[in-house]
Design a protein around this ligand. Sequence first.
Ligand SMILES: Nc1ncnc2c1ncn2[C@@H]1O[C@H](COP(=O)(O)OP(=O)(O)O)[C@@H](O)[C@H]1O
Ligand SMILES: [Mg+2]
Length: 172
Amino acid sequence: MADYPQVIAWADEIARAGRPGPGGPGIAEGPSLLIAGPTGTGKTYQAYGAVRTLLGRGVRLRWEATTSADLHARLRPRAGHDAERDLQTLVRCPLLLLDDLGAAKTSEWTEELTYRLINHRYEHTLPTLITTNLPTAELRTALGDRVASRLAEMTERVILTGPDRRRTAPAA
Ligand SMILES: Nc1ncnc2c1ncn2[C@@H]1O[C@H](COP(=O)(O)OP(=O)(O)O)[C@@H](O)[C@H]1O
Ligand SMILES: [Mg+2]
């Protein structure tokens, strides 16, 4: 479960806004959440925790998760594979977890891909959980103005601080 207050608040907001249905509330359109902070501060943990919190609240949801590096690899054009269809599945998914945005090597092609993904989710107010190592100013440099300004508008931000939990964890 997410244990960070702002992350829980986001999940509660999304859960409350859900349309009622026979098997419990469905996931709603709503704000996205950007979880930023240095490596090892628990961003990925909180993002998956947010999904678990939603499921724990009885929200019926279809969700997908990918890192931005995997996204690039998965959608690279290759023979016998319909990358466009794959992209559409992620782009339209009711809840998308995009882990480590801005961490992968970028090119004009990846920039366009990220833009299409974020722009669709922005236009349709689809909840998106995003984690990133980059501070806001660097995010703009890494992703371009078009993506950064949409993120600024569509996301609530949580900044995690503290030591790298991977380094300070006691030996098992
Ligand atoms: N709140 C938490 N409680 C227990 N373990 C945690 C918590 N947050 C993070 N961890 C653990 O600390 C490590 C780093 O967390 P992670 O979410 O991968 O960091 P980041 O994505 O910011 O690099 C992982 O092994 C994770 O399971
Ligand atoms: Mg992570």
